[in-house]
Write a protein that binds this ligand. Structure first.
Ligand SMILES: [Zn+2]
Length: 475
């Protein structure tokens, strides 16, 4: 679709249309010619400078809308400059974002595991066969030419086989991430709790797939990790500490639970989140998940939680063997030593009457490399991040009745939040300034997400994309 767009002939055609449009301008004018619709956003007087102009092109299933930015019209030189790069990004984000229905490539992989072309995209084996009406508009049926299997465009997405309109499902899932309580969502949308939990289940599966496919080989220098207290069903596992054993406490589905988060501050990216008790096993799981995503050995910083040092050594270590001494007796067993590239520092807070009295910084492993790196031990960005998580998920809000009733639901919500946060939620500090030639509208910003900053994706994902994206890389 876009390749057609950037052909020179089409550009010349555009240029002519644009001229026509500019000559016949009034503020917020619309011009429909040859099926192409232009709408100007900002218009500045006699110099004719169009700052943003949207072009709507009718296609089979509706309209594609492009926002053309940075078009400057210079009356003396009579040239029209269209920033094609900008145009390309906007066009891409729109096609990828709002609709799965593309005229040319459908981005649909064959869902049959027995098929030779299973999971492969844009290989020419998928054809569009028919359409069928639903409450949410027309949907397409595809057919794989290789195995002759037919499938719906919503197959393997959150909306698969749902009778509820898409809009309602999207609304419910958005509300989960906007700190609305489950009972509140049920009340507003008139749906049962189980239904919403079912939708959340599907969204979690999709989010898990996105995390597995996209979070790979991220080159980071620093990883912070921290835990957030929460609870499931009841605040304490036993009335007194001695009531149940430590093992029982860890395996209990109810009671005190922690959300352990690792965080790459340079991209504001969350590589891993683990919900469960605050134990060595979960700390190890968090470090292992993070290590599987980051490239090389980054510097790790955390609070004073004692399980992180052994978990890190378990993950990044060298085996030291002892040579035979020639003396009697069994030789020493090999031991695990921290990897020579590993740096680990703790920022331990001292509290007096609930207030922070001071912070002690200490380097546990790799002091020399730490001094050369010029980094500071800090977990402050992650602590602010924890606040964002608490503000997004109702069960973590505290001092409300919105706490989770099942640990599984809490886990699912964290997975869903992680994918949403990394790919679909623009981060204020990651926005990029867009250069414009206009004097009146100097500040224009392009939104950025952690995934974009880390180079994992090239656009801000729409919410629908988060629920419907299909991948040709099987996780
Ligand atoms: Zn097939």
């Amino acid at each position: 679709m876009f390749k057609q767009f950037i052909s020179w002939r089409r550009n010349l055609f555009m240029l002519m249309l644009m001229q026509l449009f500019i000559y016949s301008h009034t503020a917020h004018s619309k011009l429909l010619c040859f099926g192409w619709q232009f709408e100007n956003r900002h218009f500045s007087g006699k110099g004719f400078q169009v700052i943003a102009c949207s072009v709507t092109v009718p296609v089979r299933n509706g309209y594609f809308q492009f926002l053309l930015e940075q078009i400057s019209w210079c009356s003396s030189a009579t040239t029209l400059i269209i920033n094609l790069d900008k145009w390309r990004t906007n066009a891409h984000s729109f096609i990828g974002g709002e609709t799965m229905r593309k005229a040319k490539d459908w981005n649909q992989p064959c869902p049959d595991k027995k098929c030779e072309m299973y999971g492969q995209m844009n290989k020419g084996n998928i054809i569009s066969k028919a359409t069928y009406p639903t409450k949410s508009g027309k949907r397409r049926i595809f057919k794989c030419n290789c195995c002759c299997r037919s499938f719906s465009e919503t197959g393997d997405t959150v909306f698969s086989d749902l009778k509820t309109p898409e809009e309602k499902v999207v609304m419910a899932l958005k509300m989960i991430l906007m700190r609305a309580s489950l009972s509140g969502i049920c009340h507003i949308l008139g749906v049962k709790e189980e239904t919403i939990l079912n939708w959340q289940d599907r969204a979690c599966q999709k989010a898990d797939m996105i995390n597995k496919v996209l979070l790979k080989d991220v080159s980071v220098t620093e990883v912070q990790s921290d835990e957030m207290w929460s609870f499931v069903k009841k605040k304490m596992n036993g009335d007194k500490e001695g009531d149940i054993t430590e093992k029982e406490r860890c395996e209990a589905e109810e009671g005190r639970q922690w959300i352990q988060v690792s965080y790459a501050p340079e991209f504001r990216l969350i590589p891993a989140m683990v919900a469960g008790p605050r134990t060595f096993e979960n700390a190890l799981l968090l470090i292992q998940m993070t290590a599987g995503i980051v490239f090389g050995v980054p510097c790790f910083f955390s609070d004073g939680f004692s399980s992180y040092p052994p978990a890190l050594i378990e993950c990044y270590h060298l085996i030291k063997t002892f040579p035979k001494t020639g003396q009697r007796g069994r030789p020493k067993n090999p031991v695990k030593e921290p990897d020579k590239d590993l740096v680990y520092g703790q920022a331990v807070k001292e509290r007096k009457k609930g207030r922070i009295a001071g912070v002690t910084h200490r380097i546990i492993v790799g002091a020399e490399k730490f001094l050369n790196s010029g980094l500071k031990i800090s977990t402050s960005l992650l602590e602010r991040q924890n606040l964002t998580i608490r503000h997004s998920l109702a069960p973590l809000g505290g001092k409300t009745l919105n706490f989770s009733k099942k640990r599984d639901n809490l886990k699912k919500q964290t997975v869903f939040f992680q994918a949403f946060y990394n790919f679909a939620r623009p981060h204020m500090s990651l926005r990029e300034k867009v250069e414009t030639h206009d004097l009146l509208f100097v500040r224009r910003w392009a939104p950025g997400t952690p995934g974009m900053a880390a180079g994992l994706t090239d656009h801000v994902w729409s919410f629908r994309e988060l629920l419907t994206v299909k991948s040709d890389h099987a996780p």
